[in-house]
Ligand binder design. Structure first.
Ligand SMILES: Nc1ncnc2c1ncn2[C@@H]1O[C@H](COP(=O)(O)OP(=O)(O)OP(=O)(O)O)[C@@H](O)[C@H]1O
Ligand SMILES: [Mg+2]
Length: 360
């Protein structure tokens, strides 16, 4: 069984309607523009990436040159799009935004590249989902600022070389491992975005609250931060839901109590797990004694698609150290038992232990 190779997430559709899903939903897209930090100084956290990027951009500015190509990798909602816009702003350059899936043919890419202005930032989101021919065209464009446009078909086809103005490619990917090495190597700088520490999320929340004109107490921000799964997008989304609750049920001020009550109503628990996450853990613990159990069996027992369990619930549970993937199947860690307030079988009187009870 291919137990540790997650299958390709199809555009994040599995995450829809999920308050703690890290992909953007319609409402996010509308508000995100307003909440996006505009320069590096406003960008919270990611100290290493920020410092390194600051050097790259400063040096380019000092030389009066176009900045080197930048690759940003990291989970959804950590600020890749935000940072690409900041790069353009810091360079005083216009930005063109497109994405891998939008570039079906090499011709699509040639059209974009040939219309770039000197120094322009081309933001290529989901760069790992670009077609192979477009990718190969991009190699040459990145390295030599040149593309060969193929005119005609079959034996009569000719390649017309086209000079490009120097530009900065900013590629973003949630799956850096899927990028072919020749592409990865052509970036002058790669920034790996990490999940945010609670204190950083608190700063994101305070900043957003101010922009949204919401009154929030420090402890209220801490409560939301703790349930935001290390992700600014989720923090901003939870903040908006808590604001709704505070307006309707309280005096509009977000305290620790209102935040906790609101997020309980939305079924986001103290650690950021939602109903699906808890369903997976509960089944694993109560039905299968903590595992190991195969993914398919687990999914059937939860009443969800295998992919939903694997791609939507598991990554966070694994990251939180609540669930582990082993060659024999999924197992719950001691922390999972504690989190759900249950006692592991080997600690119960007459318990048989969890090993070997259920095969994967
Ligand atoms: N460092 C940060 N400081 C403040 N706000 C942030 C930061 N990073 C992200 N955000 C907020 O989180 C939201 C999501 O960020 P962004 O769209 O840049 O994520 P992304 O990495 O591009 O996600 P995806 O992979 O889904 O495209 C934005 O609205 C932005 O306001
Ligand atoms: Mg993005």
């Amino acid at each position: 069984m291919n137990w540790d190779e997650p299958t390709e997430l199809q555009g994040g559709t599995e995450q829809r309607d999920r308050l703690v899903g890290s992909d953007a939903d319609g409402e996010d897209t509308a508000v995100e523009a307003a909440l996006r930090p505009k320069d590096l100084g406003e960008f919270v956290g990611q100290e290493r990436v920020r410092e390194q990027l600051d050097l790259v951009l400063r040096a380019a500015r000092a030389r009066g040159a176009t900045a080197d190509h930048v690759l940003l990798s990291g989970a959804p909602g950590l600020g890749k799009t935000t940072l690409s816009m900041i790069i353009a702003a810091e360079m005083g350059a216009p930005i063109r935004i497109t994405s891998g899936p939008a570039i079906q043919h090499a011709g699509d890419l040639a059209a974009i590249l040939s219309s770039l202005q000197e120094g322009e930032v081309l933001f290529l989101d989901e760069i790992h989902r670009m077609s192979r021919p477009a990718e190969e065209m991009l190699y040459m464009a990145m390295e030599d600022f040149r593309v060969d446009v193929i005119v005609g078909k079959g034996p009569g086809a000719t390649a017309i070389p086209l000079e490009l103005p120097p530009f900065t490619l900013v590629g973003a990917t949630t799956r850096a491992g899927l990028l072919p090495p020749p592409l990865r190597d052509r970036f002058g700088f790669t920034g790996h975005m990490e999940f945010y520490a609670p204190g950083e999320l608190e700063r994101v929340i305070h900043r957003s609250a101010e922009l949204l004109d919401v009154h929030i107490e420090a402890e209220g921000a801490a409560e939301i931060a703790g349930r935001s799964r290390g992700t600014p997008r989720i923090a901003n989304r939870l903040l908006r839901r808590v604001r709704d609750y505070a307006q309707v049920k309280a005096d509009g001020v977000i305290t620790r109590e209102t935040a906790a009550q609101a997020l309980d109503v939305y079924e986001v628990d103290g650690r950021g797990l939602d109903r699906l996450d808890r369903a997976v853990l509960t089944v694993l613990l109560k039905l299968f004694g903590g595992g190991p159990v195969g993914l398919s069996t687990l999914a059937v027992a939860v009443g969800e698609e295998r992919e939903t369990v694997e791609e939507v619930a598991e990554p966070f549970l694994v990251r939180e150290g609540l669930l582990a993937r082993t060659p024999r199947g999924r197992i719950a860690t001691p922390a999972a038992w504690t989190h759900l307030g249950l006692t592991p079988p080997h600690q119960q009187a007459g318990g048989t232990g969890q090993q070997g009870l259920f095969g994967a």
